[in-house]
Design a protein around this ligand. Structure first.
Ligand code: SF4
Length: 279
């Protein structure tokens, strides 16, 4: 299944410790803008409904869209725009919409009137960055009606035990990633391995998406540039099942031409040397 993003609004308010080095704030700052400026986008608000000259949708049937990757889908400031977005999703039941939020407590009140026990083509995903946030947000997610539910542990800031939540059988996927862009809080290999083991025990697909900027394994600290974080995560073999590629591999970096896209990072320009130190 191919993946794309759809950002009907942009900007956010920092909400918890996982937001401290929000990549959207970092990238906006690089462009001389502020991530605090929240606005409904103009040209791509109705992206899933856009058609070419022959009348065919640009977003093809069967594709998957990750929604609000530069904001939070359940952000308070977006309440006035969300009904229009639900309406767009209603018109594309052939596309899978992947929603992500830290504001789990707002989900129920923001669901559309005809949500009932969930829509087949929409998955609700909650971000947790540590055990405290998992215990705060996952019980809320698990008490909601939805056809698809998942967890993203990012930025991965502390060891987490998701066993009680995985044991419910409700969670379809677990994604994990270290802190990147402007952040450098370390990710320990042992934390990822423990989460991988939990997912394997309960047979829940697990994807380790990226090491983050600072990765610690066997007592050694590795500083890894953005372009190599996904590559090193794959090399760790902490994917369950082993061939799980549930999340898209990004486009090539225009600067270093390595595997993944790179929008600039603390070690930009040192990709080769950093990667060699990991081999
Ligand atoms: S909720 Fe997400 S988009 Fe919003 S500030 Fe936090 S990390 Fe950034």
């Amino acid at each position: 299944m191919s993946h794309d993003t759809w950002n009907p609004w942009h900007g956010c308010r920092k909400y918890s410790e996982g937001c401290d080095h929000c990549y959207m704030y970092y990238l906006d700052n690089q462009r001389g803008k502020s991530g605090e400026e929240i606005y409904r986008v103009k040209t791509n608000f109705n992206k899933p409904l856009k058609k070419d000259r022959q009348g065919h949708f640009h977003i093809k049937s069967g594709e998957s869209l990750r929604v609000c990757m530069t904001s939070d889908f359940f952000l308070e400031e977006a309440d006035a725009w969300r009904d229009d977005v639900w309406n767009i999703m209603r018109q594309r039941p052939d596309v899978h919409f992947w929603l992500l939020t830290k504001r789990a407590y707002r989900i129920r009140a923001c669901l559309p009137w005809d949500w009932l026990d969930g829509w087949d083509h929409v998955s609700l995903n909650v971000t947790v960055e540590n055990q405290k946030r998992a215990e705060e947000r996952l019980p809320i997610l698990l008490n909601l009606p939805a056809k698809h539910k998942g967890v993203m542990v990012a930025p991965f800031l502390g060891k987490v035990d998701l066993s009680p939540y995985l044991a419910t059988g409700q969670l379809e996927t677990v994604l994990a990633e270290g802190e990147n862009y402007d952040g450098q809080r370390p990710l320990y290999y042992e934390w990822v391995k423990a989460l991988y083991d939990q997912c394997a025990r309960y047979r829940v697909p697990f994807s380790f998406l990226g090491t983050g900027n600072v990765f610690i394994k066997d007592g050694k600290t590795y500083k890894i540039c953005k372009a190599y974080q996904h590559v090193q995560a794959l090399r760790s073999r902490l994917q369950y099942p082993a061939d799980n590629r549930d999340y898209p591999v990004q486009k090539r970096c225009a600067t270093c031409h390595l595997q993944n896209s790179c929008n600039g990072c603390r070690w930009c320009g040192k990709c080769g040397s950093v990667a060699r130190s990991m081999k």
